[in-house]
Design a protein around this ligand. Structure first.
Ligand SMILES: Nc1ncnc2c1ncn2[C@@H]1O[C@H](COP(=O)(O)OP(=O)(O)O)[C@@H](O)[C@H]1O
Ligand SMILES: [Mg+2]
Length: 584
């Protein structure tokens, strides 16, 4: 229940409209009852009274009421949709905004698909339960109360009989309905797994053939098809029983009413029109019963959905501004780490006692085998995470004591795979600084070796990239990312294997751009390109989370330690430092 009260603030602004929608739908339900009653009267006018002018008037009234009902119904539908869309939009936006405040640790622990499902599916479930269900219930209540009142007034014995039969009918239908739904879900799962298998085999057909595994794959496929068939047949069996059963039950109920009521019509105590109306009223009572049964399931489902969404909303960012945090003033870029240790998971230390200094404008290369903790270290420098022990300072400011935004604005990160967002090239570069003029964007692109290829795209800077846009090569994307960083003009620059995924031609263009970008900035460079590393003012050799060597290229070569080993291996094999390090 507490989830519902927490949801209330999102509902509150829309309550007047929601009430309006409920009132409209109640009026629709009332008119519906009136129309059914009128149908009975009309029937008597035709069959008993044989009154033409009365019949004409009744039909006229019928049509008039229908038109009014239609208009009210339009208003109700639109208002309901409006309320429900508004509430959902507000709530979803809130969840999304909150998601963005959460720290990287949150996203590292969860699969994106699961977060998306909460943001989209769960919010949808909540939306319909919280907005559409109450409005619909208002309608069902009117139908039920009005319907039962009329039936009781007409014939209370028959009414009790109906109130006994209808729930049975609804329960049977729900029983089958649930079975069918479960089976349908598992058929969908099966179909998905068959598709995946087929896709896997067909796209890897070379391997399958070469290892002579076609027989095995066919057997695997056949066994899944078999399972799917089995479930499909079970569903068919349930369907085969369901439809005749429910039809039979409905007819049995109708027959009971007709038999009882028919005798009264025959002995003259009830008019044919009243019996007709009676049957119609009994019929519409199925609605409220069915909906009551559904509402319980829905509330349960919505509770699960709310739990999942509020679980996200209850997450506090691990890295956040302290109440007394200050803005980091424009920095010169003097970075120090003091005995920094870090672990994603307390049982597994990733960095231990890391201390080093980077003076303003220096270029610090971080080398070491895969898994040594290089990315983790730069994540800490960027304050995506806080150290478990020790401290990091920039220009003497402890990172934990400054406002995150004021820090982030002075750092730029170029990762291995650069991210482009759906939009134009111009938008993507402006991500670095929204207020940049077009001239500044072009200047940044020139510095990033990107201007020429941008001009060669169909619409130049207005070309759409990202999801539905033109395909750019890895090197081109990387140069856009660099242009973005140039525009941001940070004091501290982090390059995490920015050229690792590139072929040597685009690597040259990207490297040139990077060299320009690094000039005069404190740069942390994770790379395996020897010539770049050699130019570093300082090289940190990281192994298993510790700095094992530190110095310039020349001094480290002289030491003949890990760096020397990695370097000579690399020269001998013509491979990356990183790759050869893997074998340590
Ligand atoms: N988000 C994470 N959660 C848990 N462990 C992680 C996470 N990211 C990296 N690690 C672990 O931390 C260690 C260092 O990883 P990383 O810093 O990425 O190394 P490098 O960049 O040097 O290859 C590895 O053992 C890796 O498995
Ligand atoms: Mg890494």
């Amino acid at each position: 229940m507490s989830y519902y009260s927490r949801f209330y603030p999102f509902l509150k602004p829309s309550l007047p409209r929601m009430t309006g929608a409920a009132l409209l739908v109640m009026a629709v339900a009332l008119l519906n009852l009136a129309l059914l009653r009128l149908a009975g009267v009309l029937w008597d006018l035709i069959t008993v009274a044989r009154d033409v002018s009365g019949m004409t008037r009744a039909i006229g009234l019928f049509l008039g009421l229908m038109i009014v009902q239609g208009l009210l119904s339009m208003g109700h539908s639109y208002l309901t949709a409006q309320v429900s869309q508004r509430i959902m939009a507000g709530f979803r936006t809130h969840v999304f905004a909150h998601l963005q405040t959460l720290s990287l640790s949150f996203f590292a622990k969860r699969r994106t698909g699961e977060i998306l499902s909460r943001l989209m599916n769960d919010v949808n479930v909540i939306q319909s339960t919280v907005t559409e269900t109450p409005i619909d219930s208002a309608k069902q209540v009117v139908t039920f109360v009005g319907g039962v009142a009329f039936l009781l007034y007409m014939n209370w014995r028959l009414c009790l009989l109906i109130l006994l039969l209808l729930p049975i009918l609804v329960l049977v239908a729900r029983f089958f309905g649930r079975r069918l739904k479960a089976l349908s879900t598992s058929i969908q799962d099966q179909t998905a797994s068959i598709t995946t298998l087929a896709e896997e085999v067909l796209s890897g057909i070379r391997v399958v053939k070469s290892f002579v595994q076609t027989g095995r794959e066919s057997r695997r496929f056949a066994s899944r098809i078999d399972q799917a068939q089995h479930i499909a047949l079970r569903r068919a069996a349930v369907m085969a029983i369901f439809v005749p059963t429910i039809t039979l039950l409905t007819f049995a109920a109708a027959a009971a009413v007709l038999w009882y009521g028919g005798r009264q019509v025959i002995d003259g105590s009830v008019s044919p029109g009243d019996l007709f109306a009676f049957v119609l009223f009994a019929g519409i009572l199925i609605g409220p019963f069915g909906s009551a049964a559904r509402v319980f399931a829905q509330i349960k489902e919505a509770q699960g959905a709310m739990q999942r969404v509020f679980e996200i909303l209850d997450q506090q960012p691990e890295v956040q501004d302290r109440p007394d945090a200050v803005d980091l003033p424009p920095i010169s870029g003097h970075v120090e780490t003091h005995h920094v240790s870090f672990a994603y998971d307390p049982r597994q230390p990733v960095l231990s006692d890391v201390s080093f200094e980077a003076k303003p404008g220096e270029m610090v290369a971080i080398v070491g085998p895969t898994g040594a903790g290089k990315t983790t270290l730069v994540n800490l420098l960027h304050r995506f995470y806080d150290p478990t022990e020790g401290a990091i300072t920039i220009d003497g400011y402890d990172l934990r004591k400054v406002r995150l935004e004021s820090l982030y604005r002075q750092i730029a990160l170029v990762p291995q795979e650069s991210i482009l967002f759906g939009g134009t090239i111009l938008d993507n570069i402006r991500y670095g600084r929204e207020t940049a003029t077009e001239e500044e964007v072009i200047a940044a692109s020139r510095a990033a070796n990107a201007h020429d290829f941008i001009m060669a795209t169909p619409d130049g800077y207005r070309t759409i990239v990202g999801e539905k846009g033109v395909n750019l090569s890895g090197g081109q994307r990387q140069r856009l990312a660099i242009a973005r960083a140039v525009l941001k003009n940070p004091r501290i620059l982090i390059l995490d294997e920015a050229t690792s995924a590139l072929d040597s031609e685009s690597e040259r263009l990207v490297q040139e751009a990077l060299d320009r970008l690094m000039e005069g900035r404190t740069t942390f460079l994770i790379a395996h390109r020897l010539t770049t590393i050699q130019q570093a003012d300082r090289i940190l050799v990281l192994n298993k989370g510790r700095i094992v060597e530190e110095g310039t290229h020349a001094s480290l070569m002289e030491r003949k330690g890990l760096y020397h080993y990695l370097y000579t291996l690399r020269l001998a094999e013509g491979e990356g430092l990183e790759a050869s390090g893997e074998r340590l």
